[in-house]
Write a protein that binds this ligand. Structure first.
Ligand SMILES: Nc1nc2c(c(=O)[nH]1)N[C@H]1C(S)=C(S)[C@@H](COP(=O)(O)OP(=O)(O)OC[C@H]3O[C@@H](n4cnc5c(=O)[nH]c(N)nc54)[C@H](O)[C@@H]3O)O[C@H]1N2
Ligand SMILES: Nc1nc2c(c(=O)[nH]1)N[C@H]1C(S)=C(S)[C@@H](COP(=O)(O)OP(=O)(O)OC[C@H]3O[C@@H](n4cnc5c(=O)[nH]c(N)nc54)[C@H](O)[C@@H]3O)O[C@H]1N2
Ligand code: SF4
Ligand SMILES: [Mo]
Length: 809
């Protein structure tokens, strides 16, 4: 008998795992602590029996922005070793601690094991085990009752990002509301898209081009933790001699590898960028040829109204502008004929600056107006606002403008999570355009790493539902639901949307508690689980009812998960859970029966649609072990995006004057303080510390919180600078209370010299159950910037725009 068999009393591994859930239930799940401790009977060391062994492959995470292919050794039906996959291209055989750590994470104590029904108050976390039949019927009854009484849109169904990869059927079948605009990761893009076109935040050139740049500025981006695999391209550039400057309030991992760290005051990056713009204008470091040929700066504007001076000939609306109506073609001032001419007319030599009167109207160029706007913002202002020396700002401007080609790589965390992020995005657009650092080798601007063109893309067919099915969109973002009247009465989420994706948890959870019903489908006991009426256990990526699981196109490869382990405990795959629920409405026949059917459909005929997909069929994939590279994948892949200088705007140029924001006075990125996190805020007397958050290499958002390895050293902990700690009598390891008017939480303190005075940092997020009290989302800011409702990506959640006080708990 193998050791594994002995330790389970002779039951086979599969049989035992199935039985374990039932036992847990029989013990009565009074609170999470009562759940079966998986750690002792599934400790990794116990898997070293001679038993059966095989290899499985799958695409790991999406939300770390990579998707490595993992090679998993399955021993006695237990995942016991994880290594980089030898099926991937050599340059793409990557893995990180989170991948290796799945060996423990899959079997961790926080796995949801059986369907649960709430027995205590919402938030108390008291449950009893119920059967799948009862759980599914209870959910269906609640959803049906709500839709009958309040209409289809009264049901809220949302999948967390990671859970939504591949398919998203149920919400569409029930025509539920999915909570509208997400309010995540599009703050700077809000300020960039009207200039460069929709989705321009995804760069059109490869991250491997970093090595071709002379200068790279990382604006609040910490790829050494938030883009572990992609940070290799940054380090290659450092080795190639590229100068790297990092703007970050703390001395981040990325700052530690850079040539220069600019310890910016939180929420003030736009001031640094505007100081650079000012220096470039004052010193005439801009690229006049580029500006005249490829930007809107020479376009004419009527001074009195601020409207651009245009012909009657309609041009397409700007796809990146919400109030996008067709516009006329813009005019420039032609210096040859000394008259206004259509910008695109042959032979025109436009003026960059000036003022002219035509038909009694004064016309000026956008460039002239920009100079007038900037007149009020000298570089000394930028320095005092941001805390960065004036000479440092001017030197960086010099380097950026005159030591090109240069790249601006921004993160979607950091400065994105303040109410003024659009001002920063717009400012960086102007800086980039002025210096011509776009569309040329070694230049660029955007969020590099994983979402753009960093690898060739694959083509997969979507699984189509009949036309009549689709989400019902009330137009209200989830972040607005606690604050505005709405028609949501019941909710079902795949993953923890309510406490992970929303700030100011006390407001959000008060709203959740007011709902008639809430059910969650999650793998782990995430923070929102405690508020649910019914909980369904989903299985991990490594488990499935079939041999294959998800097909994914990611990281330059097409990957079909195969060699899966049976779902642990009583958990089920998301597809089977969606099917069980859909069956309650008699709609399960519209869904694929299996992951195999879905994968086959995704690949059916794609060879004819896309040259890159030649030879990548379902059977070929399986025969190859489940992973095939797309042609060109690797560090030599260099798409030549925007070399033609043609942009997705009406004029096809970079359009920097945002006429659609005239009513708000933001046609230029007029500086604005953040909502709460700014020096002169009167509440700073009470809450003097900036509470910034960001990603940790040990987690993907809250995911991996449940890993026992990581818990030992990387549980919830707030980083505080030595001066601030000393003033409060705090030393490393102390329990501290972090609080403001919105709420409070208690966690450990880490006194960290990387923090500048007055600034705290904490890795988002961690399941509530690991805190002594509360959790970080209790203090974060949920303010919505009115101006952003006009913007392409809508208001963004300003988690970092938060002031707090800290004391020893
Ligand atoms: N390991 C890991 N990687 C991830 C994720 C994850 O959860 N874990 N999530 C992914 C997702 S969804 C995203 S959006 C990306 C985000 O990627 P990043 O933007 O790199 O992530 P963050 O760590 O949130 O923020 C970056 C830095 O901003 C700094 N910062 C805070 N406030 C300011 C400020 O006002 N100005 C400046 N200049 N810097 C500031 C923080 O100190 C932090 O070092 O990461 C992705 N990658
Ligand atoms: N305070 C603060 N909060 C933040 C941020 C911050 O900086 N500060 N950053 C924000 C950012 S940038 C983002 S993108 C969001 C991320 O928020 P999400 O997009 O929601 O994050 P994910 O990590 O993709 O999803 C996590 C949830 O899905 C569950 N899950 C994972 N895989 C599966 C699956 O296969 N099936 C099912 N059913 N469930 C699954 C996990 O257990 C977890 O509950 O968080 C935001 N929250
Ligand atoms: S977490 Fe991301 S980087 Fe790490 S192994 Fe998984 S896919 Fe790769
Ligand atoms: Mo994000």
């Amino acid at each position: 008998m193998s050791e594994a068999e002995r330790s389970t009393g002779g039951l086979t591994r599969r049989g035992f795992l199935k039985g374990a859930g039932a036992t847990a239930g029989a013990l009565g799940l009074a609170g999470v602590a009562g759940m079966t401790a998986t750690s002792d009977w599934l400790a990794p060391t116990k898997a070293h029996a001679e038993g059966e062994e095989r290899v499985a492959h799958l695409c790991h995470q999406f939300h770390c922005l990579t998707g490595c292919n993992l090679k998993c050794t399955i021993r006695d039906e237990r995942v016991s070793l994880i290594e980089p996959s030898d099926l991937a291209e050599e340059s793409h055989r990557t893995i990180c601690l989170r991948g290796i750590n799945e060996v423990a994470h899959i079997y961790s104590q926080d796995r949801l094991q059986t369907p649960l029904k709430r027995v205590g108050e919402r938030g108390e976390g008291k449950f009893e085990q119920i059967s799948w039949d009862e759980a599914i019927k209870t959910i269906a009854d609640a959803l049906k009752a709500s839709q009958e009484k309040y209409g289809e849109g009264s049901v809220f169904i949302r999948k967390s990002t990671e859970a939504s990869i591949g398919f998203d059927f149920l919400g569409q079948l029930l025509r539920a509301d999915q909570g509208g605009n997400w309010g995540l990761d599009r703050g700077q893009p809000n300020g960039m898209t009207p200039a460069f076109g929709a989705y321009s935040y995804c760069p059109s050139r490869s991250i491997h081009e970093f090595s071709d740049a002379a200068t790279i500025i990382e604006v609040g981006h910490n790829p050494l933790e938030s883009g572990i695999v992609w940070s290799r391209a940054l380090m290659d550039a450092v080795e190639a001699g590229t100068y790297v400057a990092v703007l970050d309030p703390r001395f981040s991992g990325t700052a530690s590898k850079a040539n220069q760290w600019l310890p910016v005051r939180p929420g003030t990056d736009a001031a640094v960028i505007q100081g650079m713009i000012r220096a470039i204008i004052d010193n005439q470091w801009y690229d006049e040829d580029f500006v005249l040929a490829h930007t809107s700066f020479p376009f004419l504007v009527e001074r009195a109204t601020g409207a651009s001076y245009r012909s009657a000939t309609d041009m397409a609306p700007n796809p990146a502008v919400v109030s996008g109506e067709p516009v006329g073609a813009p005019y420039v001032w032609d210096t040859v004929t000394n008259a206004p001419k259509l910008y695109s007319e042959e032979g025109v030599v436009p003026a960059l600056e000036g003022s002219w009167t035509v038909d009694g109207k004064e016309l000026v160029t956008e460039f002239t107006l920009m100079g007038e706007w900037l007149a009020d913002y000298p570089t000394s202002w930028a320095a005092s606002k941001s805390g960065i020396d004036e000479s440092v700002i001017i030197d960086l401007a010099d380097r950026y403008a005159n030591n090109g080609p240069a790249i601006i790589d921004y993160g979607l965390g950091g400065p994105d999570k303040y109410t003024n992020a659009d001002v920063l995005g717009h400012s960086m657009s102007i800086l980039t355009a002025l210096t011509g650092n776009y569309g040329r080798k070694g230049s660029g601007f955007g969020f590099y790493g994983g979402v753009g063109a960093d690898d060739p893309a694959a083509t997969l067919n979507p699984w189509l539902l009949p036309e009549e099915y689709g989400y019902n969109d009330s137009g209200m973002g989830m972040y607005d639901m606690p604050y505005h009247e709405n028609n949501i009465h019941v909710a079902l989420t795949f993953g923890d949307a309510f406490t992970l994706e929303a700030a100011n948890a006390n407001d959000m959870l008060a709203w959740v508690k007011s709902l008639d019903f809430f059910a969650i489908i999650d793998i782990y006991h995430s923070s929102a689980v405690d508020y649910a009426d019914i909980v369904l256990p989903a299985c991990t990526k490594f488990e499935c009812e079939e041999n294959v699981k998800q097909l994914r196109a990611s990281f330059g490869h097409v990957m079909l998960a195969n060699g899966m382990v049976d779902p642990l405990f009583e958990s089920k795959s998301d597809l089977q859970i969606e099917r069980l629920l859909a069956a309650e409405w008699g709609l399960d026949h519209l869904l694929p029966e299996t992951y195999e059917e879905l994968a086959r459909a995704s690949l059916d005929g794609v060879e004819e649609l896309d040259e890159n997909m030649k030879g990548i069929t379902y059977d070929a994939l399986l025969a190859q072990g489940g992973c095939m590279a797309l042609p060109g994948t690797g560090p030599d892949w260099r798409p030549d995006g925007h070399a033609d200088q043609v942009y997705g705007t009406p004029s096809t140029r970079i359009e920097l004057y945002y006429e659609y924001l005239l009513g708000q006075g933001h046609q230029f990125p007029v500086y604005e303080d953040a909502n709460e996190a700014y020096e002169d805020n009167p509440i700073k007397d009470t809450y003097p510390l900036y509470f910034t958050q960001g990603k940790s290499r040990y987690r993907i958002h809250a995911y991996y919180t449940a890993s026992p390895w990581f818990q030992e050293d990387y549980g919830p902990c707030v980083n505080i600078g030595p001066e601030d700690a000393e003033a409060r009598g705090i030393v490393t390891g102390d329990d501290v209370r972090v609080f403001n008017d919105r709420g409070s939480f208690v966690c450990k303190a880490l006194v960290n010299p990387s923090m500048q005075p007055g600034v705290l940092f904490m890795a988002e997020t961690t399941y509530t159950r690991y805190y002594k009290e509360g959790f970080l989302q209790n203090v974060t800011n949920s303010a919505r910037n009115e101006r952003c409702y006009e913007m392409y990506h809508g208001p963004q959640i300003p988690y970092n725009d938060t002031l707090v006080q800290v004391e020893k708990a």
